[in-house]
Design a protein around this ligand. Structure first.
Ligand code: S3P
Length: 172
């Protein structure tokens, strides 16, 4: 737990893999606060991510991610940070904290989303997940980069959040 005491933990991975769920479970088990990048962006703009994409486009959203990354580096420590699926592209990712990639296959992610009681809502709030063919393409395009960016890789498929968090915390 020594690393956790000083550095942030940054969770990266594809849309719907469970970064927010794992962050909250980690928060509970470690007693550290959890922050979510998309929530920070939504509060700053006072708009849902979907609306930001619709009204201002993806590039504008990416700019907000880069600004959020700078803010996190400067102002946040000792916390768990869950990120949006494209946040790994920010230049200062590693400076924010220890980066953990939550890894799953695309089909494992789909299974997870579709088994949720609010599956429709989960799909609808994510503009880049609306078209599953395109989403699979983005997934294939990103997987190598997620691995490259990460300090640690945790396979999350077919595992419960509690088990995943135990595995992560056991590494520190
Ligand atoms: C995105 C992932 C989303 C959100 C936005 C873009 C992406 O977050 O940031 O819709 O590019 O993968 P989640 O990973 O929490 O779905």
């Amino acid at each position: 737990m020594r690393v956790l005491k000083s550095k942030n933990i940054v969770l990266i991975g594809f849309m719907g893999v469970g970064k927010g769920t794992i962050a909250r479970e980690m928060s509970k088990q470690s007693k550290l606060y959890a922050l979510d990048c998309d929530d920070l962006i939504e509060s700053l703009e006072n708009k849902k991510i979907k609306k930001i994409f619709e009204e201002s486009g993806e590039e504008y959203f990416r700019k907000l991610e880069r600004e959020t990354a700078k803010w996190l580096e400067k102002n946040v420590k000792n916390s768990i940070i869950s990120t949006g699926g494209g946040f790994y592209k920010v230049k200062n990712l590693k400076k924010i904290g220890t980066v953990i990639y939550l890894q799953s296959t695309f089909d494992g992610i789909l299974k997870r989303i579709l088994s949720h009681p609010n599956a429709k809502g989960k799909l609808e709030k994510r503009p880049l997940l609306k078209d599953l063919k395109k989403a699979r393409f983005i997934f294939d395009e990103r997987i190598k980069s997620y691995e490259k960016c990460a300090d640690l890789v945790i396979n999350v498929e077919e595992k419960l959040p509690k088990e995943i968090v135990k595995e992560i915390l056991g590494l520190f």
